[in-house]
Design a binder for this molecule. Structure first.
Ligand code: FE2
Length: 224
């Protein structure tokens, strides 16, 4: 199976002035594309050749894992952004307030973890196996789905995400990235976890139901 680069859900200049057209061209067309290309090259004639992206992430390691996870993480990152103003659902807002004390406390924790994460990586709002909202960071290509966590939102803190626009000033990038969050996407992700106890992370076996759920997720990923 040949993996494809996800199309951006907005135009290259849609996120300006907070994220420039030049950044999107480099980040999406060069970096994200490179992960897709390397993944396609590495899986030729391996047991991973015909597996879905999610299955590859869960079953591989080293170079194949790194490139597959980076494809998934970047897909999630682009979907977490919007050029339009969006609003989180009342359900998610209430859950965030319950989990973190207030929305401002949640924002402060997310931005602090993103600003202080050492080196390259990702910051995520996730739902854990106990259905609790948490903020976690992952280094390099690591992704929360391998730990049985369901992601709702992610921020890319690799330098390639902000160096063109903000040089080495990650806090300034984070301040402006926050204005671009697609709360509709985040809220929908949360609603899905509330509607169904079955998430992609519950699929750790090869059961018929697990394969069916993963095929739906893969279809959604490739068409968006
Ligand atoms: Fe990136």
């Amino acid at each position: 199976m040949k993996h494809e680069l996800m199309k951006l859900p907005f135009k290259y200049d849609a996120l300006e002035p907070f994220m420039s057209k030049e950044t999107l061209i480099y980040h999406h067309d060069k970096h994200h594309q490179a992960y897709v290309n390397k993944l396609n090259k590495l899986i030729v004639d391996t047991e991973f050749e015909d597996l879905s992206l999610i299955k590859i992430i869960k079953e591989s390691d080293d170079g194949i894992f790194n490139n597959a996870a980076q494809v998934y993480n970047h897909d999630f990152f682009w979907k977490s952004l919007s050029e339009k103003e969006t609003k989180l659902s009342t359900t998610l807002e209430a859950s965030i307030t319950k989990a973190f004390g207030s929305f401002e406390a949640f924002k402060k924790e997310f931005i602090t973890k993103a600003a202080t994460h050492f080196g390259s990586g990702w910051v995520w709002l996730i739902v854990n196996r106990e259905a609790k909202l948490k903020i976690v960071t992952t280094s390099n290509a690591n992704t929360p789905i391998t730990d049985g966590l369901t992601p709702l939102l992610t921020c890319d803190v690799w330098e390639h995400a902000y160096y063109i626009d903000y040089r080495n000033v990650r806090p300034e990038y984070l301040k402006n990235w926050w204005k671009l969050i697609n709360w509709d996407f985040v809220s929908q992700n949360y609603d899905k976890t509330k509607e169904s106890k079955l998430s992609i992370n519950d699929c750790n076996d090869n059961s018929e139901m697990c394969n069916y759920v993963e095929s739906l997720i893969e279809a959604e990923r490739t068409t968006s």
